[in-house]
Design a protein around this ligand. Structure first.
Ligand SMILES: Nc1ncnc2c1ncn2[C@@H]1O[C@H](COP(=O)(O)OP(=O)(O)OP(=O)(O)O)[C@@H](O)[C@H]1O
Ligand SMILES: [Mg+2]
Length: 274
């Protein structure tokens, strides 16, 4: 087996003195969709940001093609890895078209600021994410879901072999969620892209992941094909949730159904009989 293009080796990540991820080893399978799941605050975004060099490791390293990410030039990394953070911040009053066009920066040169390839990539990215009609609108005046799709368009326009998306379905209605996840699949299928996605919906994760990584407290608890690792025990261990796992009626992938139904507490005895 060849080494993964992107991997973490004994990666330790911390904010000030607080360690969030401690000596994590993780290999991102090439040409596959990897989905990371885990409870709030377990370190998913922290890990993803380190994989995209938005966060510097305290110790250990992220390796891209065998080289330490920290030692590679920023532009070279941006040509290879696209990262959509969980809460990206747009420059004030920027339009949709201008924001998406920023995804092309890593491909531009001092002698050529804008090419046909840039134009095509931006148009295609806006069409695929259903934001072409919003091109001239200001990003800060869009709805949460529209804005999220614009950010995804920007990441797509960057046209990288490796794409890291932190909760790309947040704010999206159900049909746009499915559209974005289908798009991820399609990018992976048509162009052999390696995609890493953080998701909260376990059923979407199990449906779309080739490789699923379950994290808890900064550690990988289990990883592998969803059909192999998604079990009632795993959901209990990772999320503390009682559930039943059945086969998804559409895809056959594991479907997690919370298993302890909510019931109303017994009504308090009333002091005034009616
Ligand atoms: N910029 C920061 N400064 C200090 N602490 C941070 C910072 N960002 C995250 N943390 C802390 O690091 C831990 C991991 O956060 P992280 O954002 O990686 O979690 P997550 O798994 O992505 O959670 P969520 O599902 O809520 O997005 C949390 O305890 C969080 O409070
Ligand atoms: Mg997060």
């Amino acid at each position: 087996m060849t080494a993964a293009r992107l991997s973490a080796r004994e990666l330790t990540l911390a904010y000030e003195d607080r360690t969030v991820v401690d000596r994590l080893d993780l290999a991102i399978p090439d040409g596959k969709v990897t989905v990371i799941v885990g409870p709030n605050a377990c370190g998913k975004s922290t890990t993803l940001r380190a994989l995209g060099r938005l966060l510097k490791p305290k110790s250990g390293a992220v390796l891209l093609d065998g080289e330490t990410l920290a030692k590679l030039p920023t532009k070279k990394i941006a040509q290879q890895i696209g990262l959509l953070p969980q809460t990206p911040v747009a420059p004030e009053a920027i339009t949709v078209a201008d924001l998406v066009a920023r995804g092309r920066q890593p491909h531009q040169h001092w002698w050529q600021q804008w090419s046909d390839a840039d134009e095509t990539a931006v148009t295609e990215a806006m069409e695929r994410t259903d934001v072409a009609a919003l091109a001239e609108r200001a990003v800060d005046e869009l709805s949460g879901g529209q804005r999220q799709r614009v950010w995804i368009a920007m990441a797509l326009a960057q046209d990288t072999d490796l794409l890291l998306l932190d909760e790309p379905t947040t704010y999206l209605d159900i049909s746009h969620q499915v559209e974005v996840l289908d798009l991820v699949r399609q990018l992976n299928h048509d162009r052999g892209r390696t995609v890493v996605v953080v998701l909260h919906d376990l059923n979407q994760a199990a449906r779309y992941a080739d490789h699923l990584v379950a994290m808890k407290s900064g550690e990988v608890v289990a990883e592998g094909a969803p059909s192999k690792i998604v079990t009632e025990q795993l959901v209990r261990d990772v999320f503390g949730l009682a559930c039943v796992v059945v086969a998804d009626p559409v895809t056959g992938s594991p479907l997690v159904v919370p298993g302890a139904p909510w019931s109303a507490a017994a009504p308090a005895p009333s002091s005034t009989p009616v």
